[in-house]
Design a protein around this ligand. Structure first.
Ligand SMILES: [Zn+2]
Length: 122
């Protein structure tokens, strides 16, 4: 091996290692965002539960409009969580099977779980 090749090789190894570290950091941050979001979602469900309880315990008719801000908030957070899940899978080089929602390798042609052809999904 000549000297130039050695440096090219070393650079490649370094870049691969660096990229891997970066992925781990990204997934770490996304997991943190995920637990923050899930915490907030839990709080929203609590608020919703309390609002419902207040109405029902007073024997008043339940009007979904009164809780709409909270249910909208929950819908938004659920969507954010779904997005984040996709980002985490992408960072791990995985994707979600559209048929059974199981994480599969990004390049797989068939789902490991349900066996469906993933290339016809798009
Ligand atoms: Zn599947």
């Amino acid at each position: 091996m000549n000297f130039d090749n050695f440096f090219v090789k070393a650079k490649e190894v370094f870049e691969t290692a660096y990229k891997k570290t970066e992925d781990v950091v990204n997934v770490g941050k996304q997991k943190l965002d995920m637990s923050t979001l899930e915490n907030k979602l839990g709080k929203s469900y609590e608020t919703l539960g309390k609002l419902c309880y207040d109405v029902i315990s007073k024997g008043e008719p339940f009007d979904p409009e009164t809780v709409k801000p909270v249910t909208d908030d929950i819908t938004e957070k659920l969507a954010q969580i779904e997005e984040l899940k996709k980002e985490i899978l992408k960072a791990k080089n995985k994707k979600m099977c559209p048929y059974c929602n199981t994480p599969v390798e990004k390049n797989s042609q068939f789902c490991n779980n349900c066996g469906k052809n993933l290339n016809t999904a798009d």
